[in-house]
Design a protein around this ligand. Structure first.
Ligand SMILES: Nc1ncnc2c1ncn2[C@@H]1O[C@H](COP(=O)(O)OP(=O)(O)O)[C@@H](O)[C@H]1O
Ligand SMILES: [Mg+2]
Length: 280
């Protein structure tokens, strides 16, 4: 199943009497088990698009055939009340932010555990999952950093915690808004490699917003936005995605066709932690 389907989605912000059209007529299918990047200049609508997919915001209410639709993991989000949407987000989505958004009073392990508490996982299950994720994101070895608070961790380590937290409840989809924007390029590259590996190992779809060339190079699919519209879409032909691909949902804007090859970011079935991902 395609994890995300947007049909005729518009979002207009209203400032006093002026309407700011942040997204216009977005038609987009995001493929399963892919690394999809939404790119475009500042103000092009990337964050707005992620917020709509993540159920943090809702599209304009159109009339009849003009009403936009956001379907995530098979669920039309417009059918959910605000409470049901919050529950859906907790169970099916993970979020990674530019400024990490960790809870400063909790340790790394407690931050990762937090969404598991919200969804009612048992203490044993929580302990097991936290241990597994700390190891998977490289925070357990050589030194166990799970007991540290975010203030005692580097930016790269904080983003590792945030990635582990995003994956805690085994979501269908992880959304990341400019996840490398606050990191130096070496740390950013390490974080991208980590997300790439986690995406494959955990069989989850990742959607990023970014204008970082390293993130673009690592992507399977690239969606280019400008002034709230999709101006181009590139899809990698060489992917393990199990969706119907191009025919899936009607695309907005021209397509640049399949990419020639898999990007040069480390991949494959490596065990838990890889030196390529650095220790930043
Ligand atoms: N809360 C808001 N109120 C009014 N306008 C907004 C708000 N958020 C974003 N915008 C406007 O919507 C457009 C898209 O913004 P955004 O989605 O943040 O773009 P990006 O993430 O690509 O920088 C911009 O013109 C921005 O100024
Ligand atoms: Mg933004």
């Amino acid at each position: 199943m395609d994890p995300v389907l947007l049909r005729q989605v518009c979002r207009t912000y209203h400032l006093d009497s002026v309407g700011v059209p942040a997204l216009r007529d977005i038609d987009l299918t995001i493929r399963a088990n892919c690394f999809t990047v939404i790119s475009g200049p500042s103000g092009s609508g990337k964050t707005t698009l992620l917020n709509l997919i993540g159920g943090i915001d809702r599209p304009d209410a159109g009339v009849g055939a003009n009403s936009g639709e956001v379907i995530v993991a098979g669920q039309p989000l417009q059918a959910l009340s605000d409470d049901a949407l919050a529950d859906f987000r907790a169970r099916h989505l993970g979020f990674v932010f530019q400024n990490f958004n960790l809870l400063p009073v909790l340790t790394a392990a407690e931050n990762i555990e937090y969404p598991l508490r919200l969804t009612g996982a048992s203490p044993a299950r929580r302990r097991e999952r936290v241990r597994e994720l700390l190891a998977a994101v490289g925070l357990a070895d050589p030194v166990d950093l799970g007991g540290r608070r975010p203030g005692q961790l580097s930016g790269g380590q904080r983003q590792r915690v945030a990635i582990a937290r995003a994956l805690a409840c085994a979501p269908a989809l992880v959304l990341a808004d400019e996840p490398t924007a606050n990191l130096d390029s070496a740390t950013g590259a390490a974080i991208i490699a980590l997300m790439r590996r986690m995406q494959r190992e955990q069989q989850v779809s990742f959607v990023f917003s970014s204008h970082d060339p390293q993130v673009l190079a690592a992507a399977d699919d690239r969606v280019y936005l400008r002034d709230g519209r999709i101006t181009a879409l590139e899809r990698s032909a060489d992917t393990t995605a199990n969706s119907s691909g191009e025919g899936g949902g009607g695309m907005g804007g021209p397509s640049a066709g399949p990419l020639p090859s898999r990007p040069a970011i480390p991949s494959g079935d490596r065990p838990l932690y890889s030196a390529d991902e650095g220790l930043q």
